[in-house]
Design a protein around this ligand. Structure first.
Ligand code: DQA
Length: 141
């Protein structure tokens, strides 16, 4: 089982970036957490602040079993990311650390949600764990 965990702009600053919203843990902590939790999964972890780089990462994930994607602010703006997700046909789960629906209005709309298998928002890093769980067991009841 190969899973790409792809994080978008400003998420490299996790741990110091608005900790009251995004928590005190770093991106490194997230990677350790996921590898410890799912030793059977072959993870690829990537982060970029650049829209085109994120698109390249999505293209390169063709053939993977799943993608856990926190597109950060591009969630709300990027038709290009949406088209890339639709093009690669890899089950993709949209994740947000914060509850975007409890925040500013401009964060309520996701351009990528319609082409994602599901959306998890507001559960912090647990959301990444749950997304991976859903990729591993899509039909659990
Ligand atoms: C975020 C929510 C986005 O609205 C914001 O732009 C981010 C992070 C989250 O994980 O809560 O950068 O995706």
């Amino acid at each position: 089982m190969r899973v790409l965990v792809l994080n978008g702009p400003n998420l490299n600053l996790l741990g110091t970036r608005e900790p009251e919203t995004y928590g005190a843990k770093t991106l490194n902590d997230l990677e350790t957490l996921m590898m410890e939790r799912f030793p059977e999964v072959e993870f690829t972890f990537e982060q970029s602040n650049h829209e085109g780089m994120l698109i390249d990462s999505l293209h390169a994930a063709r053939g993977y079993d799943g993608i856990v994607l926190n597109a950060a602010a591009y969630t709300h703006t990027s038709i290009a990311l949406r088209d890339a997700i639709a093009a690669i046909e890899v089950p993709t789960i949209e994740v947000h650390l914060s509850n975007v629906h409890a925040r500013e209005e401009f964060r309520h709309r996701s351009l990528i949600a319609p082409v994602c298998r599901g959306v998890i928002s507001g559960l912090g890093m647990t959301g990444y764990i749950l997304a991976t769980e859903a990729l591993l067991h899509p039909d659990a009841t």
